[in-house]
Design a protein around this ligand. Sequence first.
Ligand SMILES: [Zn+2]
Length: 133
Amino acid sequence: MLATAARSSREALAPLERPCPYCCSSIPREAKKCHACAEWVVGTSGGIAAALLRLLALAWAALTVLGALGLWTIGQGIVRWVWMHAVDQAITPHVVNLVLYTVIAAVLLKGLMVSIGLALLARLAPRRPRWWT
Ligand SMILES: [Zn+2]
């Protein structure tokens, strides 16, 4: 009698619960976070600051690539000018190219490092339920 009542009440409660997709323990249907394994069971985001940081990282990477392209264009102009004017025996187009590629490599490396740093910083933001669904 008591067992039947307990079973029927459990069956009535059953639709109100669902298994956690991570640890399979049953959690309330409305739960956002599992009480057993502490995993979020809804879509999460790092929040607006993390989103902005990620955007900044992308913008920085794009600017770095654009800057490198700009430097390369300017460098080609300088190489052409050096080729035409033969300023100094030591400054050959080859030397100018070498300096140019070194500068471009440094700009690219530094810019991408900053971008990666910003993206990593964005990842540090704690996860929380998304405000959009
Ligand atoms: Zn869980």
